[in-house]
Design a protein around this ligand. Structure first.
Ligand SMILES: Cc1ncc(COP(=O)(O)O)c(C=O)c1O
Length: 473
């Protein structure tokens, strides 16, 4: 099974099954991993901490207060600040790398890894690549937040800056081709293209949310079913969780989000924006657009102003004193949100209103990172508009959250889905070397099902590599 793999060179991590169910990890390994979580976050044993669950096996989620969302439908966020690196993107990076290793495509003794990214995937790649023994280079736009650059260097990777900001992904692609041409031992791990990213979210995130439905019902929230999953696309890895949810609940709705300032799927649009991590001006290869039920767009300034409301003193006071949000919830929300997390919540509010969902429905969405990445962005906001006082905070809560409008919504039709699919042609066939036959194959649900089914095969390869390594010792 592992004919072309130098197993002795590999530093192995968890299977997909173990990321979903960390209680199934060998108890000694699990204990060492939990100890290292705080004591030594750079120890590779932390690969076993890539999971949505806490040390007691509970899913990390928060039910948002109606006083904030303004809708009766519970909006529940899965948050990822406690993953190694502080973002679940580390799971996508790990899954992409471990698959390549186990099919003999990369070897730490030979290859240098290149992680094209606008931030968190690069941070994840820097962490994972270096922990698994690879030289790693992260390629990202020069205008991304200062905090991102600092983390990548701290984890031990090199940085190459490309011109522009979040939506300048073409420039990143061009640089990766240049690196590939210059050195035959460079391997590019492209999150927009490689299905390991899809599989992490389809299997680990998707099934975690399936479990969450029962956890919520036991708390009196919903009826054991998730009505809609809302996710702003960067690589469109996260939204793959929706593919799993739709298999469990066929009438489940998958809602994709984009910035109004760069409405690519919504309007074939382009533009720059400041919701870091999403809106990358193309339809990614791994995005199953045939399964998406609507595209909605969110304003980038509203996301930043909403984040300031959730993370600064005047916002906390306003939520507690004027709107009656319990203080513990306010403190928790301050710790789990980044800009795209606010975008996801605004999209969830739009979803609740648009589909006229009720109290028994449940919408799930995601916080991909937290405020630690955005202090510099918040400082810039204050510099531009002045400090936010309690009056301003109250206005923001009502106008941005409660009064989120039903504009910028496009429901999927057969034609609309075909248009999203067809947009892939320009990036993937014209620029990135895919064939028309490969693109056409994605029209068939069986193509996606075959990719989903590989989870079991990859897990078996990881187990086999472990057995071989044990034999070498
Ligand atoms: C902060 C942030 N939000 C959202 C996303 C989008 O997630 P995905 O790439 O899985 O679509 C990313 C991706 O890097 C991100 O960094």
């Amino acid at each position: 099974m592992l004919e072309n793999v130098n197993v002795e060179n590999l530093i192995l991590g968890p299977t997909f099954e173990e990321m979903l169910h960390p209680e199934r990890i060998d108890p000694q390994v699990r204990r060492r991993a939990l100890e290292a979580m705080r004591a030594d976050p750079l120890d590779p044993i932390n690969l076993y901490n890539i999971t949505w669950k806490d040390p007691d096996g509970r899913i990390r989620y928060e039910v948002l207060p109606e006083e904030l969302t303004g809708v009766a439908t519970p909006i529940v966020v899965l948050y990822s600040k406690d993953f190694p690196t502080g973002s679940h993107k580390v799971g996508a990076a790990y899954s992409v790398l471990v698959e390549k290793e186990l099919y003999g495509e990369v070897d730490p003794a030979v290859h240098t890894l290149v992680w094209p990214s606008t931030g968190n995937y690069g941070i994840g790649g820097a962490w994972v690549g270096c922990r698994m023994g690879f030289n790693s280079i992260v390629v990202l736009p020069e205008e991304m937040s200062r905090e991102r650059f600092e983390m990548i260097e701290f984890y031990g990777a090199k940085i190459i800056k490309t011109p522009g900001s979040e939506s300048n992904v073409k420039e990143i692609y061009d640089k990766t081709w240049e690196l590939r041409r210059a050195d035959p031992n460079v391997r590019v791990l492209n999150q927009f293209e490689v299905m390991g990213n899809y599989r992490f979210h389809y299997y680990v995130t998707g099934n975690t949310i399936v479990e969450l439905a029962d956890v919520l019902q036991a708390e009196g929230i919903g009826r054991g079913k998730i009505t809609a999953f809302v996710s702003a696309m960067g690589s469109a890895g996260t939204i793959a969780a929706g593919d799993r949810l739709k298999q469990v609940w066929p009438d489940h709705k998958i809602i994709g989000l984009e910035p109004i300032q760069c409405p690519t799927l919504y309007l074939n649009g382009y533009g720059t924006h400041d919701i870091q991590g999403i809106g990358d001006k193309h339809v990614t290869w791994i995005h199953n657009v045939w399964n998406m039920d609507a595209i909605m767009c969110i304003d980038d300034l509203e996301c930043k102003m909403g984040l300031q409301l959730l993370t600064e003193e005047a916002g906390w006071r306003t939520m507690i004193d004027r709107f009656g949000v319990p203080e513990a919830k306010v403190r928790k929300m301050a710790a789990i949100f980044g800009i795209s997390g606010v975008c996801n919540v605004l999209g969830a509010i739009k979803t609740a209103k648009f589909y006229e969902l009720g109290r028994d429905d449940v919408i799930v969405t995601i916080c991909t990172d937290a405020i630690d990445r955005y202090h510099s962005v918040m400082a810039k906001l204050t510099e531009q508009y002045g400090p936010m006082d309690e009056v301003e905070a109250a206005i923001r809560l009502v106008s941005i959250f409660h009064k989120q409008k039903l504009d910028w919504i496009r429901e999927a039709t057969r034609e609309e889905r075909a248009r999203w699919h067809n947009l892939k042609y320009y990036t993937w066939v014209e620029q990135q070397g895919k064939t028309v036959e490969e693109l056409n194959a994605q029209r068939d649900p069986a193509w996606w099902e075959a990719e989903q089914a590989k989870v079991a095969e990859i897990d078996e390869r990881i187990q086999e590599a472990r057995r071989l390594q044990a034999g070498l010792r």
